[in-house]
Design a protein around this ligand. Sequence first.
Ligand SMILES: Nc1nc2c(ncn2[C@@H]2O[C@H](COP(=O)(O)OP(=O)(O)O)[C@@H](O)[C@H]2O)c(=O)[nH]1
Ligand SMILES: [Mg+2]
Length: 303
Amino acid sequence: MGFFDKIKKGLNRTVQVLQTDVRDLFKTDGRLVDADFLQDLFETLVRTDMGVEAAQSAVDEIKAQFRGRVVIKDDILGVVKSKLKSLMAQEGPAIHFAQSGPTVVLFVGVNGAGKTTSIAKLTKATTELGNSVILGAADTFRAAAVEQLQIWAKRLGVECVSGPARSDPASVAHKAVARAIEEKADLCLIDCAGRLHTQKNLMNELVKIKRVVGKLIPEAPHETFLVLDATTGQNGLNQAKNFTEAVDCTGVILTKLDGTAKGGVAVAIRQQVGLPVRYIGLGESENDFEAFNPDDFVEAMFS
Ligand SMILES: Nc1nc2c(ncn2[C@@H]2O[C@H](COP(=O)(O)OP(=O)(O)O)[C@@H](O)[C@H]2O)c(=O)[nH]1
Ligand SMILES: [Mg+2]
């Protein structure tokens, strides 16, 4: 399956709902762009969870270009898509690799967001491209969490560094990065325990992990990915805002897009949290993962 088809399939629930809603907007051959139409279009867009601001700016653009004219679906979708693409435009590669030595990536977020699964997916994607990867099991809070990462490591054929039960997460992170340096690995992916931004001690623990890995490699961590569950909607967005205020994140991994009809949340993240979406999760298998590209994403949504 091609790249675009994979996104489209993963976004199936969003695509289905949007298709029906857009079809309803254009029940007749053409439709007059009046207040009624603009309101209907706004509601259709908002239902995807893209956020009121993004929906409004797309509607404003339609109003400016087409008010009082009779339009067909393609006129409208063309303008909406290009507006959303420009709102989501982002710089840089999915991962900023270190100039030399291992690139260290931390995975943070609340429990169950998909951190460990995303690490497995990114391991699969990057080892396929020839990178060597070492995992760090710094979610030492639950024995099952360490085990889950170890199982993935075994399946994917990479090394997983762990510590004794309930050991200091920062010491495990340190050990993993030291091992990555020793092995001349390209990537060191560190799994952190789930936490809420309100848990001060756990947020401080993340700051400590960052400081400790920075002692081994001054630029590390090179990326701190905030893993967000797309099915949590506005609640997830609020969490993300609070999280980024407590600890610097460099990008978002948006998981479980396959489980929601509200895939527009990717637009809202960019708009409301300000972080670029770097990868998307489209299912539970290690292959259901893609680097995020706003243009393809918007095209898939409205396909
Ligand atoms: N459908 C779907 N499920 C996912 C995705 N990513 C993770 N999951 C599931 O979400 C659950 C929690 O994932 P996990 O990686 O353990 O979350 P963590 O607590 O953040 O490490 C697991 O059952 C995963 O299989 C995704 O993109 N799509
Ligand atoms: Mg986990």
